[in-house]
Design a protein around this ligand. Sequence first.
Ligand code: SF4
Length: 432
Amino acid sequence: MSARRVVHILTLGCPKNEVDSDRMAASLAPSFDLVDDLDAADVAIVNTCSFIREATEESIGTVLGLTGEWKAARPGRFVIVAGCMPARYGDELAASMPEVDAFVPVASEAGLARVVAGLTGSALVSEPAAPTRTAPGPSAYIQVADGCHRRCTFCTIPDIRGDYVSRSLPDVLAEARLLVDGGARELILVGQDVSSWGRDLPGAPVLADLVREVARVEGLSWLRLMYVQPDGITPELLDVMATEPTVCRYLDMPLQHASRPVLRRMARSGDAAEFLRLIGVIRDLVPGVFLRTTLISGFPGETRDDAARLVDFVRDAGIDYVGVFEYSAEEGTPAATMDAQVSARTRRARTQRLRDAAFEVGTERAALLVGRTLAVLVEGVDEDGVTIGRHRGQAPEIDGLVLLDRDLEPGTLVEVEIVDALGYDLVGEVRS
Ligand code: SF4
């Protein structure tokens, strides 16, 4: 049996947290054995999310489950809480959860291996580790920046993760090469605000420069961008998307609302007319592009007209995928103390209306793909034994899948004729 201590990392929250978990895993790998099976582990690290109240509640529930039964089942077990929740709640959290062995907030993650070594009495090996991957199948996320320089009034991210810090182009490129050499076929650039990449680097390079370089990494099949703020979508970026064959014609741009007064209260720019114009430009310059956005329903001060305008916007814009979030007042944010908070009942009703409209539009757009032949990247097999993959317009985990009629190795790229649509999912027959 190995003398090395065994560590399991549990990731909650968004794809950005998955990237952080990858980094944690890479920093631990030289000194500890990382396992997928929690029961086999001596140390459980929970990479928490506390972006909204429900996420905090889920994080607390997970931690309590571990400090109770799991820890008691075998002596010598340790629970570490990492990520956003200790960054947001600090000492208050430590005082309320004495059963937790260590708290490692986002900014101190580099010291995680030292914390695990200290608890378990292990020696540290300092050889550098290659990045590991937690995205499904043949995909990997690369975090190009951390933190955010914007101050949307509903958001806790700048408090939790701090100001915007870009990674250098050579650093991102080196990680991209390692991941592709390690078998990744698709890379996904993420960050709280990918569009601002480079603003704090010498010479102020822009995202289009980074995308062009990463797109040309040898062996890469697809490159995808997530979290591109609308004011960061430039003609140069769209040109790269239209001309670099590996860059997916896919844009995830968080709009959050479409009514000007609500957006101003959110400390965000734009309005429905501006966004529709922008979407028109994107579609002109990048024909066939797939679009995703996120919207918040029931923000303080949102009137019945604002809510109706948002539903109209969803229908007019024809966005393929819309993530609808019901507004929740987050402690410490300016929006939480704004006047004219919308009642929970109204928020729920408006959120449901918006989700219904988004689903209608999204599934209509998915149905338009029936009869087309699309390149599909095979991801693996689902719980029913069906081979699943995604076309270029589907990001992992959020936009639906293509169900295939044949067993294929994950990472294979095939031409698939779409023969049916089931909501956001598509049914395809492999043609090559
Ligand atoms: S741009 Fe995103 S991460 Fe930054 S403050 Fe706004 S919502 Fe938060």
